[in-house]
Design a protein around this ligand. Structure first.
Ligand code: MG
Ligand code: MG
Length: 277
């Protein structure tokens, strides 16, 4: 992956296209979430997302990403101790109590949307529920820092502080990133950092913020397929992500449903497109 040194500034028209990409992506994630039930496979969940992408005649930037094998699916689906980059499989059947994260991207009119959620399959443990709530909340805590004049370090530090204050861990090995014409643009935005450091946030900067949170360890390991990144202690993990634009009026979430809601919420937040941050 190539990183440009400067974040690109998107125009009003470009942000409109990114918002449209985000709506399709959110619909795909919502469809995927509805397939996260006992007895379904992670392949079925991917197919649910892909059917929405197909309906709009768009593709996912995930498919074909170079690696040990070119990434073979439209979504990354990561169950329980797998933190990110899980490959959907016809052999992986979801069971009551699992925690599943779905990360989906959309290519649309030259722009990319990137967003992820984690959800419980049926009834989950109290610890798993808390992990999901804290990870989701840390995303919105980070988003709230995405105002002109702040730096990426303010976002990173806020996420880290929120997660660690609840006794969980952020990975230091995988980060959020600029998003726009490409899925990975400058800057990298880790889920840990120091306030005031990093890149200055200006209106038109677009970044995918994505807390990746683990129970009991920050260490990860890549599994045998060369893609899936798991907790080194095989503990539960969670991942939430939105693509965000910095605007004069504050952060704007670009990966919402047309009605302004997130595709999946652990704690319902209502219409996020009207939220005053
Ligand atoms: Mg993603
Ligand atoms: Mg991302």
């Amino acid at each position: 992956m190539s990183w440009e040194r400067q974040a690109s500034i998107k125009s009003r028209e470009e942000l409109k296209l990114m918002r449209e990409a985000g709506i399709i992506n959110a619909e795909a994630l919502k469809a995927a979430s509805e397939a996260c039930i006992p007895g379904m496979t992670t392949w079925d969940v991917d197919a649910a997302a892909e059917s929405v992408l197909n309906k709009y005649k768009v593709t996912s930037p995930f498919k074909g990403v170079p690696g040990p094998i070119p990434f073979p699916a439209s979504t990354c689906i990561s169950v329980n101790y797998v933190l990110v980059h899980g490959i959907p499989s016809k052999k992986q059947v979801l069971r009551e109590g699992d925690v599943i994260s779905v990360d989906c991207g959309t290519n649309y009119k030259g722009f990319v949307a990137d967003s992820a959620f984690t959800i419980g399959v049926g009834k989950i443990s109290a610890e798993a529920q808390q992990l999901l709530e804290v990870t989701e909340e840390s995303l919105y805590v980070g988003i709230a820092k995405m105002i002109p004049g702040n730096h990426t370090g303010d976002v990173s530090a806020a996420i880290q502080e929120y997660v660690e204050s609840h006794g969980f861990y952020v990975t230091k090995q995988y980060t959020g990133h600029g998003v726009g014409r490409k899925m990975w643009e400058a800057p990298q935005v880790p889920n840990y950092g120091t306030p005031g450091q990093g890149m200055l946030l200006k209106p038109g900067v677009t970044i995918a913020i994505e807390p990746m949170v683990l129970i009991g360890t920050e260490a990860t390991k890549v599994l045998q397929d060369g893609w899936a990144v798991a907790s080194a202690k095989m503990t539960l993990t969670a991942h939430f992500e939105h693509s965000i634009a910095v605007t004069e009026n504050g952060p704007e979430i670009l990966t919402l449903l047309e009605n302004g809601e997130a595709p999946v919420t652990i704690r319902d937040r209502g219409i996020l497109s009207q939220t005053l941050w």
